[in-house]
Design a protein around this ligand. Structure first.
Ligand SMILES: [Zn+2]
Length: 417
């Protein structure tokens, strides 16, 4: 992976920040957030987050952290709302905060009242004692992070440069655990998040960004060493079979599904998607889960699979089977929650056409396209993970906790609103 850092562009962002009365650091934060967001092999659509800490004229420290509803590639200053840092540090040694309490704490410390909600990872950004903190879900990292146990491999590849964080739910728990493990690994330059992604940090914007590029490149080299290439991102290179689209549309619109008003189908067929859709073990691999936790809110825990010649009856049957499995998944997992959960709709967001390609489904064209983009990346990561070892993402219970996490549901509402 190449660094996209360019001195001229960096300077332009600093000058723009000065003209807007903002700090140089915020200008650089906007710049490196955009070049991270501009690479689909680092983050996609609202994925990942970045922050910068600045000392104000009165000597207090504020942290600008990515706000909900913003994408890194198009981020502007309002998408990096400022929060007062000190009150956030106080909770580090306190009792566990509930989700609503954590959101309330973050909102209470927003410098501007009407700013968007700070990222759910804001506390971890706050705890890490560096000016710049960058977090991504890079494809090469996911291919390796979704393996059975990578602690020794990560140590072999990165030595003591990365600290290893076993999977823990994003939000408060990850913030506390990430901070604890960071402190146990003094001098580390980043955090390896099992089943999730990567953090890097430094007191300099370019160094933090280029550490990310360097660590992702080392992951790509580890994959290449074992003969795995990620080949991508890829665009469609096969024409769509409109017959199957018409059948899907006919069946879905006739069922009173959440797509009742309109349904958008985003078709993808790339060589990686066909490799995935043609895998002899597709049915089993597809059920394992998503490549990084927050994909589950957009594409559900697993796709639906149909044959390339499926007629309307076969599609109906597959939808019924999907709904049955989804209900059982909900019942099993809702039963262990401390508070009651309301089941979401029982329809897939991704339909794989065996050997051929896949459709991402959405209630808007944009939602369908986002789903398609996530699948484009995910299939490359999964294929690579399977060749490298065994694709092993978070399991059902963790997927459910993420899918039914109130804070994740809130992200979708922001995006829809
Ligand atoms: Zn993340």
């Amino acid at each position: 992976m190449q660094s996209r850092w360019n001195d001229e562009d960096a300077k332009r962002h600093v000058e723009a920040a000065r003209q807007a009365g903002q700090s140089d650091a915020l200008g650089l934060r906007i710049y490196t957030s955009r070049i991270i967001g501009g690479d689909p092999d680092l983050v996609l659509h609202g994925g990942g987050n970045t922050s910068v800490k600045v000392v104000t004229e009165d000597g207090s420290t504020r942290m600008h952290i990515k706000g909900s509803g913003w994408d890194l590639d198009t981020i502007e200053a309002p998408g990096l709302p400022a929060v007062r840092l000190m009150p956030l540090l106080d909770v580090r040694d306190g009792p566990k905060l509930s989700d609503p309490d954590m959101v309330a704490l973050l909102r209470r410390n927003l410098v501007e009242r009407d700013a968007p909600n700070p990222s759910v990872e804001a506390l971890l950004h706050a705890f890490l004692p560096f000016t710049f903190v960058d977090h991504t879900h890079a494809t090469a990292i996911l291919a390796l992070a979704d393996q059975p146990d990578m602690r020794e491999t990560v140590k072999r590849i990165y030595g003591s440069r990365l600290a290893y964080i076993p999977y823990v739910m994003p939000g408060f728990d990850l913030s506390i655990e990430g901070d604890r493990i960071y402190r146990d690994n003094p001098g580390c330059e980043g955090l390896w998040l099992e089943n999730h992604g990567l953090f890097t940090f430094a007191n300099n914007a370019r160094i933090s960004y280029e550490l990310m590029i360097e660590f992702v490149t080392m992951a790509e080299e580890e994959l290449a060493r074992t003969g795995v290439t990620l080949k991508g991102p890829q665009s469609n290179d096969v024409t769509e079979d409109k017959v199957i689209r018409r059948r899907l549309e006919a069946v879905l619109s006739g069922r009173g599904s959440p797509f009742e008003k309109a349904i958008f189908l985003d078709y993808r067929s790339t060589s990686a998607i066909r490799d995935y859709a043609g895998n002899d073990h597709l049915d089993e691999i597809a059920r394992r889960g998503t490549v990084t936790p927050d994909h589950v809110i957009r594409i559900k825990p697993w796709p639906m699979i149909i044959e390339a010649d499926a007629d309307e009856a076969a599609i109906e049957e597959a939808l019924n089977a999907y709904a049955d499995r989804y209900r059982l998944y909900f019942e099993r997992n809702a039963a262990r929650q401390s508070e009651p959960k309301q089941m979401l709709d029982v329809y897939p967001r991704v339909i794989v056409i065996r050997h051929k390609g896949m459709y991402a489904l959405g209630a808007t064209e944009k939602a369908a396209r986002i789903g398609g983009d996530l699948c484009e990346q995910a299939t490359r990561a999964i294929n690579a993970a399977e060749v490298y070892g065994r694709f092993t993402p978070i399991g059902e219970a963790d997927l459910f906790d993420m899918e039914y996490w109130s804070l994740e549901q809130a992200k979708l509402k922001v995006a829809a609103g």
